[in-house]
Design a binder for this molecule. Structure first.
Ligand code: OGA
Ligand code: MN
Length: 200
């Protein structure tokens, strides 16, 4: 298989420095326009297959109201994004010895009024998620549309991160964060770089 190259905007040294100092990093202008269009098209053409994220194993949670679709091999465009994250994981392993071995991901759609309340993706090391990577793939986002990612960094400082198109928010999966109520349809791919050492 061809080597997956990082988008030019992925300055790995800067990402490593940010993660080390703050536990999170924001990467902008990640992909070329052509690929973004194809990815958005793949996402929107499958919206009728998304399911309520709040329902897992028949249990309904009140903390989130978005809809998701797990990414499998059939979703070819999203697979390319996963490949990019896998190679980013290798870089991070060299810098931090994180033991990242796999990436799992789902599309997410927040319609107007939907949110995801305060949570950690890996509370108390309960699962093998090491780094969370959220890519925003709606093609336009206005300042007053809400839907910001609100994140507490490793120094306990809070940050409000607008879901700007073509941006990746990368953060330690044990950090506290939430998605503020969106006022407009908000599309993303949430991915986790995992160590594959889960006891589950
Ligand atoms: C998540 C999550 C953040 C975002 O899916 O677990 O916290 O900005 N997403 O979409
Ligand atoms: Mn989360």
């Amino acid at each position: 298989m061809d080597a997956i190259h990082f988008p030019k905007s992925c300055h790995v040294d800067q990402i490593i420095k940010d993660l080390d100092q703050q536990g999170f990093s924001i990467i902008d202008d990640v992909y070329p326009q052509e690929y973004i269009h194809a990815l958005v098209e793949e996402c929107t053409s499958h919206l009728n297959q998304f399911r309520e994220a709040a329902i897992q194993n028949g249990v309904i949670s009140k903390i989130r109201s978005d809809h998701i679709l797990w990414i499998n091999e059939d979703l070819e465009k999203a697979q390319q994004h996963i490949k990019m994250l896998e190679s980013l994981g290798e870089e991070l392993n060299q810098a931090f010895f994180l033991g990242i071995r796999e990436v799992e991901a789902h599309f997410a759609c927040y319609n107007a009024g939907e949110f995801y309340a305060l949570h950690r993706d890996n509370p108390q090391q309960k699962n093998d998620r090491v780094i969370s990577a959220v890519y925003y793939l709606h093609e336009d986002w206005q300042e007053d549309w809400g839907g910001e990612l609100r994140l507490q960094d490793k120094n306990d400082q809070w940050h409000i991160i607008p879901p700007k198109p073509n941006r990746i928010a990368l953060f330690q999966s044990d950090l506290l964060h939430e998605v503020l109520k969106a006022k407009h349809q908000r599309l993303s791919i949430t991915a986790w770089l995992r160590s594959g050492n889960s006891i589950w």
